[in-house]
Design a protein around this ligand. Structure first.
Ligand SMILES: *[C@@H]1O[C@H](CO)[C@@H](O)[C@H](O)[C@H]1NC(C)=O
Ligand SMILES: *[C@@H]1O[C@H](CO)[C@@H](O)[C@H](O)[C@H]1NC(C)=O
Ligand SMILES: *[C@@H]1O[C@H](CO)[C@@H](O)[C@H](O)[C@H]1NC(C)=O
Ligand SMILES: *[C@@H]1O[C@H](CO)[C@@H](O)[C@H](O)[C@H]1NC(C)=O
Ligand SMILES: *[C@@H]1O[C@H](CO)[C@@H](O)[C@H](O)[C@H]1NC(C)=O
Ligand SMILES: *[C@@H]1O[C@H](CO)[C@@H](O)[C@H](O)[C@H]1NC(C)=O
Length: 505
């Protein structure tokens, strides 16, 4: 077929624009894909079922073996990912509105400074799908009509993770879903909508996608084809599994130890179900990487895979949850591939969830001094040919415990102040499970120092070189000068801000 003169001119113009925009961007503006799962641990084998993700992201780039959240609970951690700030600076303390989870003060404060806002200013085409913040879409949080700034395409879950029977905000409009696998399964829906977005993007500008599937969070609905997988799998029995936490803070001295059979059955079942839900996330990763290849953008796209916090199943006789200062709850998976990142790297430098925003902005070429972030870019660590930089030696982990103002209905004997008391009335959180830690990891020392805001001002100290499973609290054995140095450092970190967080000594 012959092209008319006009059509030919338009084709030539589009080709010209495409070429030149690409050339402008080739110095900095790569595409970015960020996948954040919900409660996926690293320490207890959380990545084991995700073979394709390990191959397509980790083996094609960098696997970080020391990736941490600065706070092991969904809403505060996600707020840290979005803002690059510690909780004491974004002020989201727990999963409730009163603790600022997706609250109006968050919306008129820190959310205006979240990293997607900066990407949008650079004309990135932005897309979000999945769980945002636990209270998102609730009436008191502005409802479904609230679409946070910076997002062109917005498909966010109302409330906490669900796989079926949920409501989405589809660019501010209510969209209700039932429980038919082919129409509603949320992990698949996130994959499908992101593929559609990539097919319909403009070639003139780079793109950013953030995908936040519900897996492997409760209620653990797996896809029908995966419901019989892992029938012989059990939660790992090594390390601190079912060890009594006698030398630990008050909450860790309460669990029934050894655990009852009902707890063991419950946690093994949870462990298997969590893995099954992750198989659909593994499929999502494969679909996305294949699509990027098909549209010839794979080699110009950074793909990040991580989780908001870790998880435990039976450690220190705590049946299931997160919220603790121990490694199983604060360590997260982190795999990254992209331009300048050599394949098959295993990287030991400690990196934090508050580093994701500065790293993404660094990739996009944003001048970061504007953004007032506590984290730091780790682009230099994974792509040393592109940036100079050095790793941090220590960082802060801070957590505000959640409680109920009256006793848990199922466990009236326990009284108020506790929460997450299941199964067998073992509570995993309390108002006074409020703590702050300095975690040192500098290639020589591997230490953790934590102070509790409880009536005992309890202190826990671990030498993870000698005791990787944190079985022995060595607070009474270490040099008191060391405790004093750590206490001083902790005080400075707890009030640090922006670049100041990187110069604490
Ligand atoms: C919630 O955020 C606002 C504004 O940042 C702050 O003034 C308030 O103290 C925060 N609430 C809590 C419980 O931290
Ligand atoms: C979805 O809701 C319907 C109606 O309440 C209920 O019958 C069904 O069991 C729910 N499905 C799931 C997977 O929770
Ligand atoms: C996703 O797309 C596939 C392929 O088109 C389709 O079979 C499936 O039903 C879709 N799932 C959802 C939840 O949209
Ligand atoms: C708990 O399970 C173990 C191993 O399956 C079994 O030997 C034991 O008798 C059970 N205890 C109770 C109280 O059911
Ligand atoms: C990316 O791959 C395409 C082919 O798919 C190739 O033409 C292009 O040169 C590659 N770009 C880089 C930066 O490697
Ligand atoms: C969350 O934090 C707020 C403010 O401190 C507090 O009022 C509320 O009780 C907390 N929620 C839970 C479940 O602990």
């Amino acid at each position: 077929m012959m092209m008319s003169g006009t059509v030919r001119a338009v084709v030539a113009l589009v080709a010209l624009l495409t070429c030149c925009v690409r050339r402008v961007h080739s110095g900095g503006a790569s595409n970015i894909l960020l996948i954040v799962t919900d409660d996926q641990d690293l320490q207890l084998g959380g990545m084991t079922p995700m073979k394709k993700t390990q191959l397509l992201i980790g083996d094609s780039g960098a696997t970080f073996v020391n990736s941490f959240t600065v706070t092991p609970l969904c809403c505060p951690s996600r707020s840290s990912i979005l803002t690059g700030r510690y909780p004491h600076n974004h002020q989201v303390r727990n999963n409730s509105l009163a603790g600022n989870c997706s609250s109006l003060p968050w919306q008129s404060g820190a959310e205006l400074d979240a990293f997607p806002v900066y990407l949008s200013k650079l004309q990135y085409q932005t897309f979000f799908a999945g769980k945002y913040l636990n209270q998102y879409g609730e009436r008191e949080a502005g409802g479904i009509g609230h679409v946070p700034p910076g997002w062109d395409q917005w498909h966010a879950l109302v409330g906490n993770s669900q796989y079926y029977n949920y409501t989405l905000s589809n660019n501010g409009q209510e969209e209700k879903h039932g429980d038919i696998y082919n129409d509603d399964y949320l992990t698949d829906l996130i994959a499908n909508r992101s593929l559609h977005f990539l097919d319909n993007r403009s070639p003139l500008h780079p793109f950013f996608l953030m995908l936040a599937p519900p897996a492997p969070h409760f209620p653990w609905n797996s896809a029908p084809q995966y419901q019989k997988h892992f029938e012989d799998v059990k939660a790992p029995r090594d390390g601190s599994f079912d060890k009594a936490g006698k030398d630990k803070h008050w909450l860790l001295r309460q669990p029934i130890s050894p655990m009852l059979n009902t707890s063991l059955t419950f946690l093994d079942d949870a462990y298997r179900k969590r893995w099954r839900t992750l198989l659909s996330v593994d499929d999502l990763v494969e679909k996305l990487v294949k699509k990027l290849e098909d549209i010839k953008e794979l080699n110009n796209t950074y793909v990040f895979f991580t989780s908001d916090n870790g998880y435990h199943t039976g450690q220190f006789s705590l049946p299931i949850d997160k919220r603790q200062l121990y490694e199983f709850d604060i360590r997260t998976p982190l795999l990254v591939r992209g331009p300048g990142i050599k394949p098959k790297q295993t990287l030991k430098a400690p990196v934090l969830n508050i580093d994701l925003a500065p790293t993404i902005l660094d990739i996009a070429g944003v001048n970061m001094s504007a953004a007032n972030m506590d984290g730091q870019s780790f682009l230099s660590i994974m792509a040393p040919s592109m940036r100079n930089g050095s790793a941090r030696a220590f960082f802060l982990v801070e957590y505000t415990g959640e409680g109920l103002t009256s006793a848990e209905p199922a466990c009236p004997k326990l009284g108020p102040g506790l929460s997450q008391c299941f199964p067998d009335c073992v509570c995993e959180d309390a108002f006074n499970n409020t703590y702050a830690c300095v975690r040192t990891l500098d290639g020589q020392e591997d230490l953790q120092y934590c102070e509790f805001a409880d009536s005992e001002s309890f202190v826990e100290v671990y030498n993870l070189t000698a005791d990787p499973h944190q079985l022995e609290n060595v607070v009474k054995k270490v040099d008191p000068n060391m405790l004093q140095t750590m206490n001083q450092r902790l005080i400075k970190l707890q009030s640090c801000q922006g670049v100041g967080c990187r110069s604490v000594t």
